[in-house]
Write a protein that binds this ligand. Structure first.
Ligand code: C2G
Length: 441
């Protein structure tokens, strides 16, 4: 019996895949099909896969072509599989020609002509086809423009800005550059907003009223009533209003949360998050420290300990006598059985780490924890320490854009940030801006 093996993602199974599978089967008597696991795809850069692993396995099974279906989970697994299943032939489409010649050491390698004119990416592009407009003057928008290229179906077609000249060539080449938001809104399906928080409410409201979906840098607003109003407008018009905190979409951060929920370090007693970035000179026209860093630093506190803290202590150092621009803020939150401490600022330098302390051990995320691909779970007995690494491309922005476009396309909520957490972040910002209960140093 001649055993043949082939591998693929097989997202949105199409006739190109099926032709490949039929020709692979014809090479022998028994066909094993390896379907790639979600994590494995993400690590190898396939971040747009629409169907779950099980949906893709079931679609392959339904063809009746495969004699056996396995899951491809890690780099190098093909060699293990060829040995384990005593495979005679490895085959894959000609788009991979040369990539798997090393397998000749273990079995015959055959590249089959790829079917032209169809691909999962093209199907996704056609299904999703979302035009996106950027709003703001920040250099951060350059990253969003370059990251959007990795997201099937999302096309940035314009920007509303007053500083186009200071932005990237990608942005300068956009078909529409305007300083009028309404002009941009008439040209796109959705907007990504990165402007000063005090401008968000009006900009988001205008976009929603124009029937546009919104991805907005946190804090979405700095007023709780305004947040509620915007959430209501979005809900009533079946529009997506999603908060952008790229950390929430970093795989390592998301996996850390799952481990902590799984009792890996016992009962969590303390969460300590620090985010600082010392600016050469503080531009009081720019975001102040708490608005720029507060949402990111607060995210693990509220996602790990929840939002029902009993009390809080806020200490702030300001750059200016009017107390408009904070340079350093320390916030402590008291819970029933835990405490959290957040330190943020753009006028003070500290170690940007995240430490979650528990009754069995602790989680340590090194600086810059907010865009980490690595963390450790540490115990009293260091030999039990565990290290985790998860590839992070583009600081998490592309995954955030995928979640936004999937939410729009499906009408389901693919945001990694719950509305309760969003609301609490807004509440903290509003209280801070009203200087309620702040100890100034
Ligand atoms: N394919 C094809 N014709 C197409 C599209 C895909 O012949 N129009 C083939 C690919 O060459 C591959 C298989 O169908 O052999 C599955 O394609 P994908 O689902 O795109 O997955 P891919 O990542 O290309 O799979 O490690 C090997 C890879 O996993 C191969």
């Amino acid at each position: 019996m001649i055993k043949v093996i082939t591998y693929g993602t097989y997202d949105l199974l199409h006739y190109g895949h099926i032709r490949l599978l039929k020709r692979a089967k014809a090479l022998g008597d028994y066909l094993i099909v390896g379907v790639t696991a979600d994590d494995f795809d993400k690590i190898r850069g396939k971040i747009n896969v629409q169907q779950s692993l099980m949906e893709r396995v079931e679609a392959i099974r339904a063809t009746g072509i495969a004699n056996e279906i396995i899951i491809e989970e890690y780099e190098g697994q093909k060699i293990d599989d060829i040995k384990r299943y005593d495979v005679d032939i490895f085959t894959v489409g000609s788009d991979w020609i040369g990539e798997f010649d090393y397998l000749n050491e273990y079995c015959r390698v055959i590249y089959l002509p790829r079917t032209e004119g169809i691909s999962s990416s093209e199907i996704r592009e056609a299904k999703r086809a979302l035009t996106l407009g950027l709003v703001g003057d920040s250099m951060f928008l350059n990253k969003v423009a370059s990251e959007s290229k990795y997201v099937n179906g999302v096309c940035i077609v314009g920007i509303c800005t007053k500083k186009a000249d200071s932005l990237s060539d990608d942005i300068k080449a956009l078909p529409l550059i305007t300083d009028k938001l309404e002009e941009l809104l008439n040209y796109v399906d959705a907007v990504y907003i990165r402007t000063k928080p005090e401008e968000h409410y009006q900009q988001i409201k205008s976009a929603l009223i124009h029937g546009k979906h919104v991805l907005c840098e946190s804090p979405i607003t700095i007023n709780a009533e305004e947040y509620e109003e915007l959430a209501r407008i979005a809900h009533n018009n079946n529009l997506v209003l999603m908060e952008a905190i790229k950390t929430a979409y970093a795989t390592a951060y998301a996996r850390l949360l799952l481990l902590l929920k799984g009792d890996k370090i016992g009962d969590i007693v303390s969460v300590d998050a620090t985010c600082t970035r010392l600016k050469k000179e503080v531009d009081v026209s720019d975001w102040n420290g708490i608005h720029e860093w507060g949402p990111t630093a607060l995210l693990p506190v509220f996602q790990i300990l929840g939002v029902n803290y009993k009390d809080r202590l806020v200490v702030a150092k300001y750059q200016d006598r009017e107390r408009i621009h904070d340079s350093f803020v320390k916030m402590d939150f008291i819970y029933n059985n835990a405490v959290a401490s957040v330190k943020v600022g753009d006028g003070v330098k500290s170690e940007g780490e995240l430490i979650v302390s528990g009754t069995k051990g602790y989680a340590y995320v090194p600086a810059p924890w907010w865009k980490t691909d690595y963390f450790e779970i540490r115990y009293e007995n260091a030999s039990e320490n565990k290290r985790y690494f998860y590839q992070l491309d583009g600081e998490g922005i592309r995954y955030e854009l995928v979640a936004f476009s999937k939410s729009i396309e499906t009408g389901k909520n693919f945001s990694n940030i719950s509305s309760v957490v969003s609301k609490t972040i807004v509440d903290i910002m509003e209280k801070f801006d009203k200087a309620s209960g702040i100890i100034s140093i």
